[in-house]
Write a protein that binds this ligand. Structure first.
Ligand code: 26Q
Length: 821
């Protein structure tokens, strides 16, 4: 402890240039972070060296998004120095918890996809897998959300304004990135046609490394994020022409590339700068991968034995064309050889089946910005379509006559003709990879049967499932110390590394003393949340209420509106005195809406409007409260999830690819109210469906309802309580003086086809909520179920997920000797 104290003081003085006697929390947080980083870097160097020594196969995880959140507490726990640090800082006059609050969340992602990437890095480090995360170091992460007059307002997230003590910026290792220009043809010594991409604009990519430690094992892996730097200052011509200000302007223009994260998920934002971001990060990453590979290899055909590249959705899929370009134009390999290398190296994970989220890029844009890549994509397509024809003809032509073949080719082509000629990035990713995986069993089945059914027939081995998982280090041990300590006192700490060990809790579910201790831990977390809400929102929570929580991105398919209709109905019953048996509850909502997503923003407004009405109504507000948690983010999730008793997972069946929040809640002892969707299905199967509150129509039932003609009006006219709730929303009951404010929301349900079947599931949802309320009155039974939920969550560790990727897709093994310290 004395060592750590000394290091902290030394950093306050010599790294931060401050007087150690002026006790600034900000300085002491930074100094502590630097002292922790010192302890990581030795192991990082040793880990990297061991990869070379053992000629290990490396895994590269390419993602446009990461959501690490805050690093301090997680790193202290992984290094096993949390207690030491707590005491050291307390000696220096600080509470560790307060210091940790000084850190800004690294919010370099939108939601599930980005957080999954961070959980996966944690698991690779813990399992001793030679992995690297590659991405972009956005200057501005996901916007900061404030709620003003009930509405979302976005503010810039300048997360590095005060510096980032965790990162190593490596300004000397720059990689060039080219855009635009033209392709020149030439003939090589064997008379073959060759291509060279020349001229165009150049930008530089600067690596910033953030260290990711494993749990108690001395293995530290790297998250390498690229930041755009102008090459203007390297090119004296710019200044010598005398146009000094012009040159500086150009510099600013170049550096815009890594300025900001696009804040939309599930909706395609076909913007030129977004494509630039993708290619910028992809080419820098591929150059870096090949640089490392070439240190020990000359023969490029050995690449797939040494390197696996996982594409986190299609966002980095241009990497396939980029690797082809390098192999063809720089290494001068033959097409077939280059293509085999690519397919054997790449694998692609799909995270969505919503058609509006499938990425396409206009051919005209690609031709201009990346002319050589567009040529290569055309060539990939031509060869692929010939192959399709061959396979189709080689089969019995009973099912594939010529007309069908034309249709098949149109459907699977990399190029879509309408509404404008575009490249389908998912098709490029499928054809260029040896593995295509979905993220939950149902999701993968839907990929095979619907979204990518043609590809499933062409390549029946390619599409596979890897159900998501979450890291128990952050989402149980670090976020929920009260519960973790209780668990550890009965079964030891092995569960942090091997989550299956939680099954040892099962017999304890029958033990009244353990149940009481379990409830005490939950209450402690509820009180901690209560204190936080009081500080931040100046609201008083009732900890004896059932804490019912719906936090995730705001999207119509996630059906926050269904939850809101339940709240309004509960409000009406209480007002009308029809709810004598109502179990008091507080309903929490939280989440960001894409700034361009009108309906999602209106939903936020509606939730806040209902909250204001309910909370101000003294007839009901001792029994029902509604809280909107502004600026939902990773560190907020770490506070809220441990305090949650009811987890809302109520997406339209078939629409949530997996969900990972669902797992974090159950792991922390919340019960789930949810639909038969995503990974919630597999959770119900692992836990026992009777221990969750499952309701609503299933995916296949919705398909047939849609086919037979779904009429939301039928539900409106047939259900009095539903009608009352919708009429209130449409009138100005929650928006006094602003008539029609929420009409778009209601119209969308009643006259817009209710694409997400909110009305179809309303009555069943109410029934399930009734069951929840009733069960909560029986605290013994509730606690028993809560314990069993957590006990059976072992499968949903990201360690299990990563082990499956490693074995079934990457063909890598954990490093010997590094796994257990
Ligand atoms: C695409 C093009 C242009 C701009 C933005 C995008 C974009 C960005 C982010 C499209 C989609 C996303 C994010 C998707 C996402 O987070 N999907 C979630 O992934 C989780 C991890 O697999 C799943 O658990 C969730 O079910 C899924 O919604």
């Amino acid at each position: 402890m004395e060592g750590l104290k000394k290091d902290v003081i030394r950093h306050v003085v010599s790294s931060l240039g401050s007087d150690y006697a002026s006790k600034s929390a900000y300085n002491y947080y930074n100094a502590l972070a630097l002292a922790v980083r010192d302890r990581l870097i030795d192991n990082w160097i040793k880990t990297q060296r061991s990869y070379y020594d053992e000629k290990a196969k490396r895994v590269y995880y390419l993602s446009l998004e990461y959501l690490p959140g805050k690093s301090l507490m997680n790193n202290l726990h992984c290094l096993g120095i949390y207690e030491t640090a707590r005491k050291a800082m307390s000696d220096l006059g600080f509470s560790l918890e307060d210091l940790a609050e000084q850190e800004w969340d690294a919010g370099l992602g939108n939601g599930g996809l980005g957080r999954l990437a961070s959980c996966f890095l944690d698991s690779m480090a813990t399992l001793g897998i030679p992995g690297y995360g590659y991405g972009i170091r956005y200057d501005y992460g996901i916007f900061h959300q404030v709620i003003e007059d009930g509405k979302q307002v976005e503010q810039a997230d300048n997360w590095m304004r005060v510096g980032n003590p965790w990162a190593y910026e490596r300004g000397q290792h720059l990689f060039p990135v080219r855009f635009f220009g033209e392709v020149k043809n030439w003939t090589d010594e064997y008379g073959r046609l060759r291509h060279t991409w020349t001229a165009g604009d150049t930008v530089l990519a600067m690596p910033c490394d953030m260290l990711v430690p494993g749990w108690d094992n001395h293995h530290v892996i790297n998250m390498r994020l690229w930041s755009a730097r102008s090459d203007v200052e390297f090119d004296l011509d710019f200044f010598n022409t005398g146009n000094y200000l012009g040159a500086v302007e150009e510099k600013i223009f170049d550096e815009k590339i890594s300025k900001v994260l696009y804040p939309s998920d599930q909706i395609e934002e076909g913007r030129e700068l977004r494509l630039k971001q993708q290619y910028f990060f992809v080419t820098a990453t591929i150059q870096d991968i090949l640089r490392r590979f070439r240190k020990k290899h000359q023969d490029m055909t050995e690449l797939p034995q040494s390197v696996a590249i996982q594409l986190n959705d299609t966002h980095p899929a241009i990497a396939i064309a980029e690797l082809m370009r390098i192999l063809l134009d720089e290494d001068l390999l033959d097409w077939e050889v280059a293509w085999d290398i690519c397919v054997s190296t790449f694998a692609y994970t799909n995270h969505t089946i919503l058609p509006e989220a499938l990425e396409t890029w206009p051919v005209s844009l690609l031709e201009r910005m990346l002319p050589r890549h567009m040529q290569i994509i055309y060539e990939i397509n031509a060869r692929f379509l010939r192959e399709v024809e061959r396979v189709a003809r080689s089969e019995d032509c009973g099912q594939l006559c010529h007309r069908d073949l034309d249709h098949l080719k149109q459907r699977v082509s990399l190029i879509q003709e309408r509404p404008i000629k575009s490249v389908r990035m998912a098709h490029l990713a499928i054809i260029g990879s040896h593995s295509v995986n979905g993220v939950a069993a149902l999701h993968t089945e839907l990929l095979k049967a619907r979204v990518f059914d043609d590809f499933q027939r062409l390549y029946p081995q390619k599409i596979n499932n890897k159900t998501n998982g979450v890291t128990p280090r952050r989402w149980l041990w670090s976020a929920n110390q009260p519960l973790s300590r209780l668990i550890a006192s009965h079964i030891g700490t092995g569960f942090v590394r091997n989550l299956d060990e939680l099954t040892q809790l099962e017999p304890l579910a029958a033990d009244p003393a353990f149940r009481e201790a379990w409830r005490a831990a939950k209450l402690e977390n509820k009180q901690r949340l209560q204190a936080y809400i009081k500080r931040k929102l100046m609201r008083e929570l009732h900890t004896e209420h059932l804490f019912d929580v719906h936090i995730k991105r705001i999207h119509e398919y996630k059906r926050q509106v269904l939850n809101l209709l339940h709240v309004v109905t509960a409000y009406n019953r209480l007002r009308h005195g029809q709810a004598a048996d109502f179990t008091p509850r507080t309903v929490f909502f939280g989440g960001k809406a894409a700034p361009s997503y009108f309906m999602a923003k209106r939903i936020i407004h509606a939730i806040n409007a209902v909250a204001a009405t309910v909370n101000a109504d003294s007839r009901v507000n001792d029994k029902l409260q509604v809280v909107y948690l502004p600026n939902y983010c990773v560190s907020q999730a770490e506070r809220v999830i441990p305090a949650t008793e009811l987890s809302e997972q109520i997406s339209t069946a078939g629409m949530e690819a997996s969900g990972t929040g669902n797992m974090k809640f159950a792991l922390n002892g919340a019960l789930t109210i949810g639909t038969w969707d995503g990974a919630t299905i597999e959770m119900a199967q692992a836990i026992g469906p009777e221990l969750l509150f499952i309701f609503g129509m299933r995916e296949d039932e919705l398909v047939s309802l849609r086919q037979h003609g779904y009429n939301p009006m039928l539900y409106y006219h047939g259900d009095e309580e539903l009608r009352e709730a919708l009429d209130m929303l449409r009138s100005d009951a929650f928006s006094p003086g602003q008539h029609g404010l929420f009409a778009p929301l209601v119209d969308n349900l009643l006259h817009g086809g209710d694409r997400f079947f909110v009305l179809a599931d309303y009555r069943q949802y109410l029934g399930a909520q009734q069951d929840v309320g009733r069960l909560y009155l029986d605290q013994e039974e509730w606690t028993r179920r809560s314990i069993l939920n957590a006990a059976r969550m072992g499968f949903f560790s990201s360690d299990r997920a990563i082990s499956q990727y490693a074995r079934e897709i990457w063909d890598v093994a954990p490093m010997a000797g590094l796994q257990n310290g």
